[in-house]
Ligand binder design. Structure first.
Ligand code: NAD
Length: 419
């Protein structure tokens, strides 16, 4: 079991990051009060008949942080460590993220505290459907649109879409994104987060005059976001020297064969034991000297106690909230260039937006069209954030927050207060 120490509360981090940016932009106090906190929070009981016949009660959440700029948007996480505070933090970040890439959505997030690795497909299906029916009053293509997150996938989205559609009496594919292609999913959605991370890394290398070909890379977390980022970096000629998942870390100083590693992970479910690699500990992984570190697992994996030992020049936050504010300060003093989560991993929600647009229009795009539009959005957003970083002389995270929070603040001031 991989044990990167987790410290702190993600929601405290989200609030602290908000305040830092709001102070830096001298945001009006009334506006702060209106946009800082979640608009709606729902906690639900999810009773599920398990395969052995007994009933297990799970707790689930759906948090809508903001609907100022459009319907709420955000993934659903199934994980033993899900808490309401974690979901509130993730929902908050979704609001600023959608605004950074300038798509017409607000922020939301959902989750169930459960251990999906120890549940059967039938149990997962029953839990997903019961949870969907519990949050049904909140969701819908015009109100709140879930998507996959940690330990949920296109199959989970298919169950949600079906439950919602059966209740309404007609098919409504636009209620979720990240669906299978045959149910109205978008080409390129599955790899969108990793592809977006890759585009922002390309932009960062260009900005820092670094060559991506030959650059050394370490990836923490080898699921959807991490493995696809690793694959694209590998294809671009970078050398991925270490990778971890929840069970272990593997290292090869000459570079790991990423396509083979992805193949093995799909077959056996973990990266441990990969041929031509040696096992290392999570702390050793973070301390490896490399050009680019991609945290792609969970929140708070880089914190006050381990940030100083980081060996990377660029940190590309594929995960949400992997760095605590204390870690940010340490990395800033070391001159590490951080591509903040609300910019770096925004490719997922951007292609989710493309999927929702296609569902609404009943007209579907070619994969290359999706990639081209995604590249444009990610590289424009990177430039927008970089400009604020350079002009205001603030770290990239504060710059991204200034951009996102500023756009939400403008929208709320235009809408004014109801009643
Ligand atoms: P996933 O379930 O596909 O993969 C998660 C991976 O993290 C797995 O390989 C798991 O083994 C690994 N992991 C879990 N705990 C770990 C630990 N302590 N150390 C190292 N590895 C660990 O999830 P995902 O969708 O890839 O999400 C990963 C991160 O990316 C999350 O922070 C998520 O919010 C963020 N993200 C995902 C998307 C998306 O579209 N999937 C979009 C934006 C952000």
């Amino acid at each position: 079991m991989l044990t990167t120490t987790m410290t702190g509360n993600a929601y405290d981090v989200a609030l602290e990051n908000f305040d830092t940016a709001a102070d830096a932009m001298s945001l009006d106090n009334d506006v702060r009060e209106m946009i800082k906190y979640p608009e709606r929070i729902l906690t639900v009981t999810v009773p599920v008949r398990m395969d052995d016949g007994h009933i297990h009660r799970f707790e689930g959440y759906r948090v809508q942080h903001s609907m100022v700029r459009g319907p709420a948007k955000g993934g659903i996480r199934f994980h033993p460590q899900v808490t309401l505070d974690e979901v509130k933090a993730l929902a908050t970040w979704m609001t600023w993220k959608c605004a950074v890439v300038n798509i017409p959505f607000g922020g939301a997030k959902g989750g169930i505290t459960c251990d999906p690795k120890h549940m059967s497909q039938d149990e997962l299906q029953r839990m997903t459907r019961r949870y969907t029916s519990a949050i049904l009053p909140l969701i819908g293509p015009e109100r709140d649109i879930p998507a996959p997150d940690v330990y949920t996938n296109s199959q989970t989205m298919a169950w949600i879409m079906d439950t919602y559609s059966m209740t309404k009496g007609y098919p409504i594919p636009g209620v979720v994104t990240g669906k299978p292609i045959s149910l109205g999913g978008s080409l390129g959605r599955n790899e969108a987060t990793g592809r977006g991370v890759f585009y922002t890394i390309q932009s960062a290398c260009e900005h820092l005059h670094m060559q991506l070909a030959g650059a050394t890379v370490v990836v923490q977390g080898f699921g959807n976001a991490g493995s696809i980022t690793a694959q694209l970096l590998h294809e671009a000629g970078a050398k991925v020297i270490a990778v971890s998942d929840s069970t272990g870390c593997v290292y090869n100083k000459n570079g790991l064969d990423i396509p083979e590693l992805i193949h093995m992970k799909a077959l056996v479910g973990h990266v441990e034991g990969f041929p031509e690699s040696e096992p290392i500990t999570p702390s050793q992984l973070l301390a490896l000297k490399c050009d680019i570190l991609v945290p792609a697992a969970l929140e708070n994996t880089v914190h006050a106690e381990n940030a100083a030992m980081l060996g990377a020049k660029i940190v590309a936050e594929a995960a949400n909230g992997p760095l605590t504010p204390a870690a940010d300060r340490i990395l800033e003093s070391k001159g590490v260039f951080v591509i903040p989560d609300i910019l770096c991993n925004a490719g997922g929600v951007t292609v989710s937006y493309f999927e929702w647009v296609q569902d609404e229009q009943h007209l579907f795009w070619e994969a290359q069209d999706v990639y081209n539009r995604l590249e444009r959005v990610m590289k424009t957003s990177f430039r927008d954030v970089l400009k604020i970083h350079q002009e205001r002389k603030v770290p990239m995270r504060i710059a991204a927050n200034i951009l996102g929070i500023g756009r939400v603040a403008e929208a709320v001031q235009l809408r004014s207060i109801y009643p």
